[in-house]
Unconditional design. Structure first.
Length: 225
């Protein structure tokens, strides 16, 4: 199997951002728009952000226990398989078995929700040791550039792959682990983790260094006069 055909796990959001039976978070991976949510059972879900009934974004809807309800007509879909389970406007009518939301593989590891867009089952779970135990989340940095350029910029600062897919190094002389998300063409996200304590001076230095890194990368993207 070629490297390009191996299913990829994408770190799309922090696990802590998804609350059971509550919020719906918008996400992206390789240009695919996602609706991220957690069922009341605790299982994380990653769906195409489109209701199969009238294509309204699921992120406008609501979580009802272990179902996701569309904001337009209220159609409800079961967690896990995305099968249409209820049409509130017609409670006596059986839900159509041929209507199903598109569901992607989702797994949690290293404090992150990972998504695979592969049609087949990914061959192995995402790496649980990508972020060292006990490290704190710093921030998610959006960068208007391709993920390859972001990776090159981090490599130029000495970041290496000690525990793939994370890159380990230092920004502003503060140790950090960077997980990169290929969100859309010319849009990447960097999830930064660090051993520095939340609110500490070191954490603030890392925030500032990350902003400087983004500015440098995006400036390189600008066409030369």
């Amino acid at each position: 199997m070629s490297t390009d055909s191996i299913p990829t796990w994408h770190p799309v959001a922090r696990s802590a951002e998804l609350r059971p039976g509550a919020n719906i978070v918008a996400g992206f991976a390789e240009g695919q728009e996602l609706a991220l949510w957690r069922a009341a059972s605790g299982a994380a879900q990653a769906w195409e952000n489109r209701c199969p009934h009238r294509s309204v974004r699921f992120t406008l809807g609501q979580v009802l226990q272990d179902r996701l309800a569309c904001a337009y007509h209220g159609w409800q879909y079961d967690a896990g398989n995305g099968q249409c389970a209820s049409i509130p406007a017609h409670p006596g009518m059986p839900a159509p078995r041929n209507v199903c939301a598109k569901v992607f593989h989702a797994a949690e590891a290293a404090g992150m929700l990972w998504v695979s867009l592969a049609a087949e089952t990914p061959p192995s779970p995402p790496p649980g040791d990508a972020v060292p135990a006990g490290w704190s989340f710093c921030r998610t940095l959006s960068v208007r550039a391709g993920v390859a350029r972001v990776r090159d910029a981090l490599a130029a600062r000495g970041f290496g792959s000690e525990a793939p897919p994370a890159l380990r190094g230092a920004l502003g002389k503060v140790d950090a682990a960077a997980l990169m998300l290929d969100a859309q063409p010319q849009l990447a996200f960097i999830h930064l983790w660090t051993p520095a304590a939340p609110g500490s001076g070191a954490m603030k230095k890392l925030h500032a260094a990350a902003r400087a890194l983004r500015g440098e990368i995006e400036e390189q993207q600008q066409p030369q006069a």
